[in-house]
Design a protein around this ligand. Structure first.
Ligand code: AVI
Length: 341
């Protein structure tokens, strides 16, 4: 059965999204507005108010994130891209041929584009929570690479990784760039890597970008850029909650705050209330003292060894690690242990 017939027969929970030619597959498991409301109500009821960072990425948030990646202060994206450009042939040799490539948090799919030529996977499955962004990127990629079957999945990869099995016996390799693993607390990061391990199975691979610990001044300025794009990205979360749940956050009454917490080895982002105020979210009221914050994001920074230790805890064996000359960023290729080691 070809990928396209598989797509045509797969109707439940599946929409078809096609460009002419070629066709791309699409599964939509986008979280509902109910889940945003439930998580906001739960997070704001905590002593330290929190909202999970996955909600940053509505259409506007995704655009703002793309702008962040272009900022002088935000080194991770350009450093990771440079690493891929420099080492992509070697990466392709380590990864091997005849693979199904799954990308978590594919966004604009710019990084994978650099790899696809050398990797030539038979199937590429990008997974992202931002539907419009995902589909636009797939459309563009499908025009560049008509020989690769692209099956987009709109989903929150942090809660489940149930993907259509289109591998046809090919080895599965997950590409997880951008140091998005850093946005998960250590236990949640281990759980996510465990899900990846189950998904790829014995002998499967993981190519992952991981931001490294470094001079705190470099870290602090990456999340406090001079143009205020990171601040707009952080505040957009309140905008999104207002428009999707009918909450009444006034964006002028909150400020962006980001700092490196050296004990926890992470950047923390918060939205700080500029005054005492009360916010209504769908009939529930939440009181804010002046200076009280909503914790919106953690971005953990690893060493090569601390990341390898985390990956080893779920069975991934390091095969090769690439680090840039300033030791700002790392890309790891790891494989699941096979029975013979
Ligand atoms: C997506 N993630 C890896 C980014 C990071 O650096 O933690 C999100 C981000 N937040 C502020 N700037 C970028």
């Amino acid at each position: 059965m070809t990928a396209t017939t598989a797509l045509n027969e797969q109707k439940t929970a599946t929409e078809q999204y096609s460009v002419t030619p070629p066709a791309i597959g699409f599964d939509d498991f986008h979280p509902t507005q109910d889940s945003l409301l439930q998580e906001v109500l739960k997070g704001l009821a905590k002593e330290q108010k929190t909202i999970p960072p996955k909600f940053f990425y509505d259409a506007n948030g995704s655009k703002l994130f793309d702008e962040i990646t272009q900022l002088t202060e935000y080194y991770p994206t350009r450093t990771e891209i440079e690493l891929i450009k420099t080492h992509r042939q070697e990466m392709a040799r380590y990864i091997g041929s005849s693979i199904e490539l799954i990308e978590l948090g594919s966004g604009s799919s710019l990084k994978v584009q650099l790899l696809l030529e050398g990797l030539k996977p038979s199937i590429y499955i990008p997974v992202d929570i931002s539907r419009e962004h995902l589909l636009e990127s797939c459309q563009r990629l499908a025009e560049y690479f008509p020989e690769i079957y692209i099956h987009a999945v709109c989903a929150d990869y942090s809660s489940k990784l149930e993907l259509p099995d289109l591998s046809n016996g090919n080895r599965k390799v997950v590409f997880f760039p951008g140091s998005s693993i850093g946005n998960f607390e250590p236990q949640a990061a281990a759980n996510l890597l465990e899900n990846v391990a189950t998904l790829v199975g014995q002998g499967g691979g993981l190519l992952i970008g991981v931001d490294l610990q470094k001079d705190h001044a470099v870290l602090n300025s990456a999340y406090n850029d001079g143009k205020g794009v990171t601040a707009a990205f952080n505040l957009n979360l309140l905008n999104r909650i207002n428009s999707e749940t009918g909450a009444d956050f006034n964006l002028d009454k909150f400020s962006h705050k980001a700092f490196y917490n050296s004990q926890e080895e992470r950047i923390e982002m918060h939205l700080v209330s500029n005054k005492e105020q009360q916010i209504n979210v769908n009939g529930s009221n939440f009181k804010f003292c002046k200076g009280e914050s909503i914790h919106t994001e953690n971005s953990y920074k690893y060493s090569v060894q601390s990341f390898q230790k985390l990956a080893a805890s779920v069975g991934f064996k390091p095969v090769k690690t690439w680090v840039d000359p300033q030791s700002y960023f790392s890309i790891h290729y790891l494989e699941m242990f096979t029975a013979d080691g």
